[in-house]
Structure formats: structure tokens, C-alpha cells
Design a protein around this ligand. Structure first.
Ligand SMILES: [Zn+2]
Length: 323
């Protein structure tokens, strides 16, 4: 790991900050900076250059080379002299750098939120600590809830489907506003009755998108009989994909030959007609004349047996003398 870093790039891009020092503390980096030389009152927006005091505000910023970066910014307490303003003293808010009373920079919060969206609470916590941006799982979930868009009232087009509360064990129902792509409700059960009750309290719904599960179809017919039911795209695409896979599996041998650059195997040529020898049936008299002397006692029994099981050709072959 290098012993020094170009500190200017480590600061958030803001004209309010002025870099003073970059030092290494253990495996972490500490970036020191000064705040602005003036303050803007949050109440009256008046600018003040009368500094009362200052203090060091510590913020966690984006990691550098896998190490945690801490900003230590020297910010001031200022006096407001506006006569109509009720505020006498205020501190620097650092807009664009960090939220008021926040412990991380805005850009660090943004990265942590993206990790939380992708992984959730505890996996997001493990990954963020691994890359040098320590965030607790509670913080990740709190940010996700804070950034969640409010539910839209009066959604006319909704989608209903099962939602796993504990995968493989307990399921509820998730209701989505398909026009705004927003979850508008989570039902504790996935029974037909619970969905029917929910639909009956939302008469504004005119289109219900669902899978081909009869449970939701029954709920839609009873809870919103005037609404139009359509099949959702996911299950249609899933059925199409399964059908294509099934058909391609049947022609797998031809696909492999085609992909390897060779010609497709041709159908096997039809088998040539084989001219079977047609022999004149041997009469009983001729058979008797052909039999050797050692067979006189057996010929009648063999012939009678062959006639019984109706395989005359075998009988003829057996009765035919070897010479
Ligand atoms: Zn003021």
C-alpha cells in the first residue's frame, strides 16, 4: 500500500472544502479539510462571516484502495445578525457533501444504498465492510425504507402474485401497481378469500394481471367482477421458454452438427427391396421320398408337431434330408 495519496481527489467535489492534510492511520486514511470561511443561516439564508467557534466533523467517505477513508472537516459555528431571524448561532451544514447530522458523505450513502438494493441488509453489511465502507444492516434497511417511494392511491392496473415471507414455508400476496412499478400492498395470506377482500375494497381497479393460478382467478371474479383479467408477462415468457427448450431437446443431435460447422445429417436411404427366394412348397410325398432310412419313425411325429404349432417351413427344413 502506498504511504501517500493525492488528497485532492479524495475530497468530495465541493467548493466548500479545502484540503489540508492526508495521513494514514493504521490501515485507514484520514483526510483533513477546512470548511468555508463564511456561514449561511439555515433560517434566513443570510450569510455571516462572524465566527463563534469551530469543531471537527468526522464523515466516512468512499474507500480508497480498499481502505476506509475518514474526512475530518473543520467547520465553524457562526452568528446570525439578521434582526428578523430567530437564530442566533448556527453551524455549517455542508450542502452537497453530507446531510445534516449525517455520519457519511452523500456519495458514500449513495453507494451503500445501491449495495442495499442489490443485496439487502446483512449481505450488504458484509460486502460494505469488505470494501472499506462499514455500514450496519440496520442502516442499510433504514436507507432503503427512506428512499422507498410512497404508495400510489387509486391504482387502476394491478398485478397480484405470491410473495415468500419464508421461502418454501409461508407465503403472502404481493400487490403491485403496474403503471408506476410500485408495491402498493403486502397481504399476510395468499388465500383466495384474503385477495377477494382486498379487491372488493378497491373498486377503481379495472385490470388485474395474474398468473394462471386458479386461486387468484377466483378472487378476481368475486372481488372485482368488472375487472379484466390478463396473464402476466413473466409466466407467458416462462411457458414460451420451456416450450422452446423442450423442442430443442428433441433435436439436440441436429443442433450439435449444425453448430460444429458440418452438414446436417441426411435421412437414411430407404432399404433396398430384398428378393426373397420363393420356393415351391414341398409336398408330403416328396418329403417322404427325401427322408433317409434312419428317419422313418421320426418323420411322422415331427410333421404332426409342426402342423400343430403351424410352422410348416421349420417342419419342412427339419424333415429335409441333409444331403
Ligand atoms: Zn438567520
Amino acid at each position: 500500500m502506498p504511504k501517500s495519496l493525492p488528497g485532492k481527489e479524495l475530497l468530495p467535489p465541493s467548493p466548500l472544502l479545502r484540503l489540508t492534510d492526508v495521513v494514514q492511520s493504521g490501515s485507514d486514511w484520514i483526510v483533513r479539510a477546512d470548511g468555508p470561511d463564511w456561514g449561511t443561516c439555515p433560517k434566513c439564508s443570510g450569510r455571516s462571516i462572524s465566527r463563534h467557534s469551530h469543531y471537527i466533523r468526522t464523515l466516512t467517505d468512499l474507500p480508497a484502495l480498499g481502505a476506509t477513508v475518514s474526512l475530518k472537516i473543520r467547520v465553524g459555528r457562526w452568528r446570525c445578525f439578521t434582526p428578523e431571524c430567530a437564530v442566533r448561532f448556527f453551524i455549517d451544514r455542508l450542502p452537497g457533501v453530507a446531510e445534516f447530522r449525517g455520519r457519511r458523505t452523500c456519495r458514500a450513502n449513495e453507494v451503500a444504498q445501491l449495495i442495499g438494493y442489490a443485496l439487502g441488509g446483512r449481505p450488504g453489511e458484509r460486502l460494505s465492510r469488505r470494501i472499506g465502507l462499514p455500514v450496519s444492516n440496520d442502516t442499510v434497511l433504514r436507507w432503503l425504507k427512506k428512499c422507498a417511494r410512497p404508495a400510489v392511491a387509486g391504482a387502476p392496473v394491478v398485478g397480484v402474485d405470491e410473495g415468500a415471507k419464508c421461502k418454501g414455508r409461508t407465503y403472502g400476496t404481493i400487490v403491485v401497481d403496474l403503471e408506476h412499478h410500485t408495491v402498493i400492498d403486502l397481504l399476510d395470506q395468499h388465500s383466495s378469500e384474503s385477495v377477494e377482500r382486498w379487491l372488493s375494497t378497491h373498486p377503481e381497479i379495472h385490470t388485474i394481471c395474474r398468473d394462471r393460478n386458479g386461486r387468484y382467478g377466483k378472487a378476481a371474479r368475486k372481488g372485482a367482477p368488472a375487472a379484466k383479467q390478463v396473464a402476466d408477462r413473466f409466466h407467458l415468457v416462462q411457458n414460451l421458454r420451456e416450450t422452446i427448450e423442450r423442442e430443442l431437446t428433441l433435436h439436440r443431435a441436429y443442433l450439435r452438427v449444425k453448430l460444429s460447422g458440418h452438414r446436417m445429417p441426411e435421412d437414411p436411404p430407404p432399404s433396398p427391396a430384398i428378393a426373397l427366394p420363393v420356393s415351391r412348397p414341398v409336398t408330403a410325398r416328396e418329403r417322404r421320398c427325401r427322408l433317409p432310412d434312419a428317419w422313418p419313425l421320426k418323420r411322422r411325429s415331427l410333421g404332426r408337431c409342426a402342423k400343430t404349432i403351424k410352422i410348416c417351413s421349420i417342419s419342412s427344413r427339419l424333415c429335409r434330408p441333409a444331403g
